[in-house]
Design a protein around this ligand. Sequence first.
Ligand code: HEC
Ligand code: HEC
Ligand code: HEC
Ligand code: HEC
Length: 509
Amino acid sequence: MKPMKPFTIQIKQKPWLGWLLFLASIVIVFILGLLASSIIERRSEAAFAFTPQVRYGDYEPRNEVWGKNFPMEYQSYKKTSDTLFRSKYNGSATIDMLEIDPRLVVLWAGYGFSKAYKQGRGHSYAITDVRNTLRTGAPMDGGKSPMPNTCWTCKSPDVPRLMEEMGPADFYSGTWEEKGHEIVNSIGCADCHDASTMELQITRPALKEAFERLGRDITTVSHQEMRSLVCAQCHVEYYFNKEIIEGVPYLTLPWDNGFSAEAMEEYYDEIEFSDWTHKLSKAPMLKAQHPGYEIYSTGVHAARGVSCADCHMPFMSEGGQKYTDHHVQSPLNNVANSCQVCHREETAQLIRDVYERQDRIIENRDQLEVLLVRSHVEAKLAWDLGANDDQMALILLDIRHAQWRWDYAAASHGGSFHSPLETSRVIATGIHTAQEGRIKLSRLLFELGHTGEVPYPDIATKAKAQVFIGMDAATLKAEKEAFLESVTPQWDAKAAEREAQYPVKSLFE
Ligand code: HEC
Ligand code: HEC
Ligand code: HEC
Ligand code: HEC
């Protein structure tokens, strides 16, 4: 066979061949270009697939109505009703924390939390759980709940709707049962999104007001910060301030001196605020709510700009569609999307990292709880032996501070992972403060004629602990059952009637 002539020689002999090649390559480049641009277009279509099905009002509270326009987000949101996932300490299963840790009953003696305290679960349970908890009582036949309307604030997208209608102060006024028929939809779309632009938005005034007092404007923060601040509307420390508007329990974040346990403690001490007086020790107590955002802010992830949504609402991809996972939950149920976008370690290793931090912190937290139980019991004995207010003042202050620090660490759900160093530090200062108080107590008890150890109470179970503090849980439960049978169905019926009037227009008729 004759060897083929080199290409350049062939072209020299037949010039049209060169032109043909030139034209062919232009056509190929053109087609490739078309293809590429169509791929890019498809991709952006995939990311922003959005065909509105309905038009609804700016304050539409019903998640299922928004869900017609945003099915991926809504379907994933609905998964927050799943209660099957349990990690070592957290997850979506309902756990009766008083059963697991009866010391809590004594720590909260005289306060609602000693009646019932369950571990938090998914966002779609917020309404059910606030109705079911013994803490809200059983207001029937004109009776009143022990809780104010302020308690609804972090539960529902009906809240921005009502606040728009009546303003925050009127919203907060009155007792909890008064707005039961108004607030029926669990945490959802309108809590975090503007209905017309879908931008993230802050709907809760307390957060905006706290920023203002710190001289910051919350409307100018970065998009990445918003991915945490939408959570900070609810996952924060707060209290009910009755001074801002006389008698109205106005939801306020105690951030004026800073985010740390000490800064907030100082804030509360300055205004002489207390949530309740302890039933045994008579100490003026503080109840930490859930300073989740504050503790997170002191951790390494926050320092590296990782937001709450990065771990709890990761990006997902399904059939070429990219969307944000609205199944807000323990990230340990989805390590691949929550952690491994940044970390190369195996799933088992990452979970071990989390448990290791939690185990070590909980070990010390339990020690602090034992010291606090002892402090309350010893203080009660001192009163019983005739101690006076002056003798008790500094002791009660130590108890207040030590328990506040314990609660700040314990109630910051996820804090042992979000910021293990800060959480450990706060618990260590709590242990120190509790022991200072107990040294003073043992001196006083000696003066009052008591020597030897004050026995640790038998609080091996929740039931025993509730008997120890003199609480009748059975009656509370029976009343609650009657309330749930007769009152809440009426609330739902009334709400359904009102909602049937809301403007929802199909765009395909
Ligand atoms: C707790 C706050 C929160 C709630 C409640 C919430 N979202 Fe989102 N949503 C987010 C965050 C955070 C993002 C990511 C936004 C970003 O980074 O731009 C997002 C993104 C979106 C997007 C943009 C596309 C995407 O998937 O990233 C849509 C659409 C959306 N949400 C719809 C909904 C709907 C519908 C509901 C109610 C069923 C809802 N959201 C409830 C926080 C929330
Ligand atoms: C409107 C108030 C509100 C907002 C906004 C909010 N949460 Fe929650 N969150 C709650 C309440 C209340 C619960 C407990 C619900 C229950 O147990 O009934 C909860 C529960 C949770 C849980 C526990 C879920 C489980 O399965 O155990 C996680 C995790 C969580 N929230 C993270 C977030 C993150 C992250 C954001 C922001 C993207 C956010 N939340 C925004 C009020 C809120
Ligand atoms: C958006 C990126 C990002 C995501 C998502 C993320 N991390 Fe990290 N993580 C970091 C960065 C950055 C650091 C700091 C390490 C550094 O700067 O070298 C870090 C540090 C850590 C550390 C060491 C810090 C410490 O507390 O001692 C652990 C453990 C860790 N991450 C676990 C996790 C787990 C578990 C998840 C999922 C629940 C997760 N991370 C999600 C970026 C991320
Ligand atoms: C780096 C990832 C990461 C970031 C950022 C992060 N979290 Fe978490 N969060 C976790 C992990 C891991 C846990 C522990 C889960 C477990 O023990 O099952 C957790 C636990 C929680 C819990 C308790 C969950 C449960 O099942 O009861 C809540 C509530 C929570 N985080 C809220 C937040 C909020 C609010 C923010 C922002 C202020 C935030 N988290 C930021 C990873 C993260």
